[in-house]
Design a protein around this ligand. Structure first.
Ligand code: TRP
Length: 457
């Protein structure tokens, strides 16, 4: 996504577009967040609900966002207001775009803090401290890190500077070309980790935990978490995919490309799960330990496998890279919006937006130490014990992403003419009818049902 806004160039090819979309989708959500959510939700039941949400909600919404972006040819807010004006729909649809910018801001603030953890762990693996670590010392290493706000702040800042640098210079296109080799490399390293995991005694238990559901673990909250994560991992609901869609040329087949992105994203997440849970069970660790899960498990693998320090450095570097391309896709829409709304130029807008994100990130840094006992909405039973970090995650993944995504799919399926949508998707009659049915009924009702069950029951 290099030089954009004004000239509004188009992607050179379907490959470039797919890479950009995968770069946004594949990130910490797949490797850091997915496994710990599985662990907190009790395993395979969550995974299966997640897969269903990806297929029946995520995929149609991803296609809807691309389609809207391609029709509108502008940033998400302008796209929504223009398409609604053209189709004589309410101006309130513009809110979908506004919600997107705000959501991207909130997500990036904590995303960058975790990106900082990945940077720190790259350094840890290079220093060789993982060699022959025990599970206790891995745990101590991580809790020691969380207890040092200064270190967390430093690396959160470094991660933000990296992100700002790319967005400011508009060189994201170069990163996407790099993604062509680095994403497959990440996949290969995950396979290496899964192979290592297969040699540990807990492999069967780990795979079983991931794929053999214990339905008693299922409740409204787990379903809401699974759906929210489907939005998060596909970068949906924030208008980001809509913005990407605005650069999409007419001959790209939206359905096929969306399927490619969804499959790659899902495979990466499942591989991460298959690498991590066997290690959890082999070492008697707690699957439900939360956001530190990968940082408390993978070092054990790198500490014990042959060539572990090389693999360790490579793995965490690739994780940083994956997080970086996603972070860029989160900062970009905020900067574009600011550029358009103020007299700032690109450099100024990037600096202001980056600083604002960084500042809110400080609250997440403190959530893990000095403010770990601070629960801003603690007076409501539903939010008891949730730190600022927990709340930011909750509000974005479980409320904002599904709501804005829901609006996008309702708009496409109910407010646009069937023929206009049809002409954008060039699918066979049967496939289109099925798609339209899912987009009209299954996806919106699914989101609503999950909301009701997760928030009120
Ligand atoms: N999908 C990314 C991940 O899984 C995170 C991300 C990037 C994102 N852009 C987004 C999430 C936009 C929601 C909306 O790591």
């Amino acid at each position: 996504m290099s030089q954009k806004s004004h000239s509004h160039a188009q992607w050179s090819s379907r490959l470039a577009f797919t890479l950009a979309a995968v770069g946004s989708a594949v990130g910490l959500g797949n490797i850091w967040k997915f496994p710990y959510m599985v662990g907190q939700s009790g395993g395979a039941a969550f995974v299966l609900v997640y897969l269903v949400c990806i297929a029946l909600i995520g995929l149609p919404i991803l296609m809807s966002e691309w389609l809207l972006g391609r029709l509108g040819q502008k940033n998400p807010i302008a796209t929504m207001s223009e398409i609604s004006r053209r189709l004589k729909r309410s101006k309130a649809w513009t809110l979908v775009g506004v919600g997107g910018v705000l959501g991207a801001y909130l997500i990036l603030s904590f995303y960058s803090v975790i990106g900082g953890w990945a940077l720190i762990y790259t350094g840890y693996s290079a220093s060789g401290i993982f060699t022959d670590l025990t599970s206790d010392s891995v745990g101590n290493l991580f809790s020691g890190l969380l207890a040092s706000p200064g270190t967390l702040l430093l690396w959160h800042s470094v991660f933000m500077i990296l992100t700002i640098a790319v967005v400011m210079g508009g060189v994201a296109g170069g990163l996407e070309r790099a993604a062509k080799t680095l994403m497959p490399a990440l996949g290969i390293l995950l396979v290496v980790l899964v192979i290592y995991a297969a040699t540990t005694p807990g492999f069967a238990a780990g795979v079983n935990y991931l794929f053999n559901p214990d339905w008693s673990k299922l409740n409204g909250e787990v379903v809401l978490a699974a759906m929210g994560h489907a939005f998060f991992t596909l970068s949906l609901g924030m208008g980001i995919m809509m913005a990407y869609g605005s650069y999409l040329s007419d001959d790209v087949n939206i359905g096929r490309t969306a399927l490619t992105v969804v499959v790659m994203d899902t495979v990466i997440a499942l591989l991460a799960g298959m690498a991590i849970f066997p290690i959890v069970f082999s070492n008697g660790l707690d699957a439900a330990s939360g956001p530190g899960l990968i940082f408390q498990t993978l070092p054990l693998a790198f500490g014990h496998m042959t060539g572990g320090s090389v693999f360790g450095v490579l793995f965490f570097l690739l994780l940083v890279f994956a997080a970086w391309t996603s972070a860029i896709s989160l900062l970009e829409p905020i900067v574009e919006w600011l550029e358009e709304r103020s007299s700032l130029n690109r450099v100024g807008a990037t600096l202001v937006a980056g600083l604002a994100v960084w500042l809110l990130g400080v609250a997440s840094v403190l959530s893990f130490n000095l403010w770990s006992g601070v629960a801003p909405l603690g007076i409501f039973a539903h939010f008891a014990g949730m730190t600022v970090f927990d709340l930011l995650d909750y509000v974005t993944s479980k409320v904002m992403l599904p709501l804005t995504g829901l609006a996008a799919v309702i708009f496409v399926a109910w407010k646009m003419g069937r023929d206009e949508v049809r002409s954008q998707l060039n699918m066979s009659d049967g496939a289109f009818s099925l798609w339209h049915f899912i987009a009209r009924f299954i996806a919106p009702l699914g989101v609503l049902a999950v909301f009701v069950s997760g928030l009120w029951i």
